[in-house]
Design a protein around this ligand. Structure first.
Ligand code: NZQ
Ligand code: ZN
Length: 387
């Protein structure tokens, strides 16, 4: 382990089929006024809304609702929520949904009592969080982002055409999160595979950087192998509880920051995807899958030993008689085949991007990377390969 680190994650997790029984006792610890935040339709369709309302009524809460949070949540919805927090003196924001709903809840929490424009302060200038926040809690219905156990909040500013993520201090983490894998059975297939690839991408973003012997890399390999195995089982039978629960916990572990300690990280695939999302509104994991293969083919020679390790350890590529380049490329193509198995489109064209968007996307992404710093011109080349 090369770098000193501190690790603190204050989210309490309740996991499994009976995890909802913890909602009422948890609610008892918070004040009377609750803002219930949720998406467009799913939680009502699966009956979860009724269960949540029952728990809120049993604990005598005054409930204010903010529904219709979009996939890729918008800044306008954050401002709407922040206003509701102030008007109703909210004590707890309860997010019920996927990453978009939870990210939006965190953004509302930090924005409600912010002086000035929260977008400018927190998502553009990245100023330290210095105002009062409102506690957030979550009930997760779709796996992928790990928003249920981290302090990240990715918001789309539709007016400025920017999708930007911000990592806040751990005080913004959900105080508790309820994770019942059965709630994910009804997630549409494209969202299910998008979530699975999001997890894979989180693992890759942390893995493809640095060359030291680091326990985090072994953990990342184990999570990748478990994810691939469980994804295949869930594709065959979406109601395979073991597979869905493994995917759910793998997703949480992949970005609750435990696997990233003491490690250099990449995150350029996410940087590019966020801007693709701003222009096309595609599911997050779909955009990541499209960018990944051209990106890794572009950079792998700068971190060849790690790509060889990935090929042999994660996808069991046989190294005998092959050059490092051949082994590394076979590993990247095995990842491509996994994306095909998931049934995710492999080109930007298929998700509605047009050629004129490519420079706009490339030149609005901040240049960064793991083994190689990728310039905006290179990003344009990568996007052309994705097109
Ligand atoms: O709107 P509803 O009706 O809720 O439908 C949702 C939505 O359409 C549906 N869904 C969720 N649970 C369901 C369900 N449908 C049926 N049954 C259920 N049980 O699924 C759709 C997608 O939901 P969404 O929350 O948008 O997906 P996801 O969890 O992938 O979140 C994506 C957002 O999170 C950000 C992404 O950029 C994107 O904006 N991320 C957040 C991160 C973080 N906080 O650390 C990191 C990630 O890398 C990511 O950037
Ligand atoms: Zn992601």
């Amino acid at each position: 382990m090369k770098f000193d680190f501190s690790y603190y994650n204050p989210t309490k997790i309740y996991f499994g089929k009976t995890s909802m029984k913890n909602l009422e006792p948890e609610l008892e610890s918070y004040g009377k006024n609750v803002l219930l935040v949720y998406g467009k339709a799913a939680i009502k369709k699966i009956g979860l809304y009724d269960d949540v309302i029952k728990a809120l009524m049993n604990t005598k809460k005054n409930v204010t609702e903010l529904e219709g949070i979009k996939s890729n949540p918008t800044y306008d919805q954050v401002l709407e929520g922040a206003k509701l927090v102030r008007e109703n003196d909210i004590d707890l924001i309860l997010a019920v949904g996927g990453g978009s709903v939870i990210d939006c809840a965190k953004a509302i929490s930090v924005s409600a009592y912010c002086d000035g424009d929260p977008w400018q302060k927190y998502w553009v200038d990245f100023k330290p969080l210095d105002n009062e926040t409102v506690p957030v809690a979550s009930i997760l219905t779709m796996t992928g982002t790990a928003s249920e156990m981290n302090s990240g909040s990715v918001i789309t500013n539709e007016e400025k055409m920017i999708k930007e993520g911000r990592v806040f201090p751990p005080s913004v983490n959900p105080k508790f999160s309820i994770l019942n894998p059965e709630y994910t059975y009804t997630v549409p297939k494209i969202q299910m595979v998008s979530g699975i690839y999001d997890v894979m991408s989180h693992l890759c973003e942390q893995y493809f950087s640095g060359n030291d012997d680091n326990v985090s890399d072994y953990l990342l390999e184990a999570l990748m192998k478990s994810l691939i195995f469980s994804a295949r089982a869930a594709l065959k039978n979406p109601e395979d509880y073991e597979a869905r629960s493994n995917i759910m916990w793998c997703a949480t572990m992949a970005l609750n920051k435990i696997t990233g300690v003491s490690k250099e990280q990449d995150w350029q695939v996410h940087g590019i995807e966020h801007q693709i999302g701003a222009y096309t509104d595609c599911p997050h994991g779909v955009g990541l899958a499209i960018v990944s293969i051209p990106y890794y083919l572009h950079v792998y020679k700068y971190g060849i030993d790690k790509f060889v390790r990935f090929a042999t350890e994660v996808f069991c590529v046989k190294p005998d008689g092959k050059s490092k380049e051949e082994i590394a490329e076979e590993g990247i193509h095995a990842l491509e085949n996994f994306i095909k198995e998931l049934g995710i489109p492999l080109t930007l064209r298929e998700i509605g991007a047009t050629e004129d968007m490519l420079p706009k996307i490339a030149y609005s992404v901040e240049s960064g990377g793991g083994y190689k710093k990728v310039s905006q011109d290179e990003m344009l080349d990568i996007l052309k390969d994705c097109f």
